[in-house]
Design a protein around this ligand. Structure first.
Ligand SMILES: O=C(CCC(O)(O)[C@H](Cc1ccccc1)NC(=O)c1ccccc1)N[C@@H](Cc1c[nH]c2ccccc12)C(=O)O
Ligand SMILES: [Zn+2]
Length: 548
């Protein structure tokens, strides 16, 4: 911690010095847009603007403490000993179909992570809000939203969410009906909510791990990719080679030697590390790294593609000045990380890489595939939306340490239609059980990413001359699509994101339409399935909780 604090203080000193020098120029009046933008980035130094180094030390030390708690958290089960989040608890949450076992792991993780963070998190917020005022922002949330350079950003994302909510409500109703069949309807509250621990994911953020409970047409084809990967003796290195091959097939460069030498691709056995995957740019145009506790599963193969997508963005803007080596906005970096997975996951591509024997063309298989995609991409939307709704309200002071958990569950119940399977109090701090809260990584970027990646997929597939339905399009081996994508990537953050969006799609705004169009065949089927269902849920959480 001492080292981190020093390097944080040194970097802040440098940023302050550079900002001071830059502000001796009347850069607001510069004619050259690029130079003006560069100066704006030099003077906009965030927390480093504070004159109180104690605040910077607190921010750095508290973040290290909070991520330390997260990386050391473990749950001891009499049946399986003591397990950490990755891989032990994640494997159980992914594969167990026992209501009680899932509940023990779900509650245990929250007791071992978030519950220990509340006081530190309160101090963390205070220190960040105090420091950010020196940069002219009212609170940390306003600073984070400033990266989108859009005065109506908060309203824009709410509008996008409202456009997407009807699709989510239909998916939720179908999943609820099928989970009631599996676990018994008396385990579900009258209010229409689904208990949060039944989705095959520790945070109920993506639901594809319980696809086997939800398959629309069991007779038609649906593939267990993890089983296929194990059958074919996939190892970690091969997973990275498969991802590299995809990017190279659309004309991107291979990973550098430094990538293979310096990355941490498996969980070390000698020390606790933050296993949450991440990609790192060392800004020397050569040293790019992934840090991931990789295991051989389908989820992990998608995460490998995600992290490598960040690396490919780094490679494509490495010629830019240092301050332009970033995503056009943070959502664009996440969108780039995910965009190839829309091609990679298609049955067509699964056959190309030998993880599927035959490509089914019947409509039942189509619905099976679209449902699986919706369990990741549609299920995620309210989660991706609500994390920073909570955090922005904390930074604003609308939510404080006396109602952190109450407001968290208000949002989870209202937007996701899920509820806690056990009683929650203000002794708990459930936001802390999700990496991005102790890790202080903003989250609205993923909501933006899930919207824009469909806009890009539609544009790149058109560029590639695709004639199949959008959900069957695979841009693998298509350098036209790759060239179009590279046009945007090379810009880095040298231009406003609207220019980057225009480079790919010809539009200058975010739009939910491509996502809705992609899932249109599924929506029709879901509405049919839900004819007898009362879709939706009450805005507030259930007052009583069914007990097993
Ligand atoms: O958090 C991640 C992946 C991690 C990351 O690649 O986004 C990582 C987060 C991070 C940021 C800062 C420090 C440490 C971790 N972001 C990066 O590594 C990164 C690097 C450079 C630029 C932008 C992002 N995914 C999200 C949600 C998500 C989006 N797409 C997915 C696909 C499959 C599974 C999950 C997701 C999650 O797990 O909740
Ligand atoms: Zn990412």
């Amino acid at each position: 911690v001492h080292m981190t604090t020093n390097s944080t203080l040194q970097m802040a000193e440098f940023d302050k010095e550079a900002a001071k020098n830059a502000s001796t120029f009347a850069h607001d009046g510069f004619g050259n847009a690029t130079l003006k933008r560069l100066f704006k980035k030099i003077v906009n130094i965030g927390f480093a603007a504070t004159n109180d180094s104690e605040q910077l030390k607190a921010i750095s030390n508290l973040e290290a403490d909070l991520t330390g708690i997260y990386s050391k958290g473990k749950v001891c089960l009499e049946s399986k000993g003591c397990l950490q989040l990755e891989p032990g608890l994640t494997d159980i949450i992914t594969n167990s179909r026992s209501y009680e076992e899932l509940l023990a792991v779900w509650k245990g993780w929250r007791d071992a992570s978030g519950k220990l963070m509340r006081t530190k998190y309160t101090d963390f917020v205070k220190a960040m809000n105090a420091a950010i005022k020196f940069s002219g922002f009212n609170d940390t949330g306003e600073y984070w939203r400033s990266w989108y350079e859009t005065p109506t950003f908060e309203q824009d994302v709410r509008t996008l969410f409202e456009e997407l909510e009807p699709l989510y409500v239909e998916l939720h109703a179908y999943v609820r009906k099928r989970l009631k069949e599996k676990y018994g309807k008396d385990m579900f509250p009258e209010t229409g909510h689904i208990p949060a621990h039944l989705f095959g994911n520790m945070w109920a953020q993506q639901w594809s791990n319980i696809y086997d409970l939800l398959v629309p047409f069991p007779g038609a084809s649906s593939v267990d990719i993890t089983a296929k990967m194990k059958e074919q003796n996939y190892n970690v290195t091969h997973m990275y080679r498969v991802a590299e091959d995809f990017f190279m097939s659309i004309g991107m460069e291979k990973m550098t030697d430094a990538f293979w030498q310096n990355s941490m691709l498996v969980k070390p056995t000698d020390r606790d590390v933050v296993c949450h995957a991440s990609a790192w740019d060392f800004y020397d145009e050569n040293d790019f790294r992934i840090k991931q506790c990789t295991s051989v599963t389908e989820d992990q193969l998608l995460t490998v593609h995600h992290e490598m997508g960040h690396i490919v963005y780094f490679q494509n803007y490495r010629h830019q000045p240092r301050l332009f080596r970033g995503g056009a906005n943070p959502g664009f970096h996440e969108g780039m990380a995910d965009i190839v997975s829309l091609s990679f996951q298609t049955p067509e591509h699964m056959k190309v890489i030998g993880l599927l024997d035959e490509v089914p063309q019947d409509s039942d298989s189509d619905i099976n595939f679209l449902l699986k995609m919706a369990l990741d991409k549609v299920a995620f939307l309210p989660f991706g939306y609500l994390i920073d709704q909570w955090r922005w309200s904390v930074f604003r002071g609308d939510t404080n340490s006396s109602n952190y958990n109450q407001h968290w569950w208000d949002l989870r119940c209202r937007f996701q239609g899920i509820s806690s399977p056990v009683k929650r109090t203000e002794e708990d701090f459930d936001p802390g059980a999700k990496y991005h809260i102790p890790g202080n990584t903003p989250y609205i970027r993923y909501f933006v990413s899930f919207v824009v990646q469909f806009q890009w997929h539609e544009a790149l597939c058109r560029e590639a001359g695709n004639t199949r339905p959008l959900h069957r399009c695979d841009i693998y081996n298509n350098t036209n699509a790759g060239n179009k994508l590279r046009e945007m990537l090379r810009m880095g953050s040298s231009k406003p994101w609207q220019d980057a969006m225009e480079a790919i799609t010809g539009q200058r705004t975010m739009s939910a339409k491509p996502l809705v169009n992609y899932f249109d065949p599924l929506l029709k089927w879901l509405k049919e399935q839900n004819k007898e269902e009362n879709t939706g849920w009450s805005a507030s959480c259930p007052s009583s909780i069914p007990t097993p």
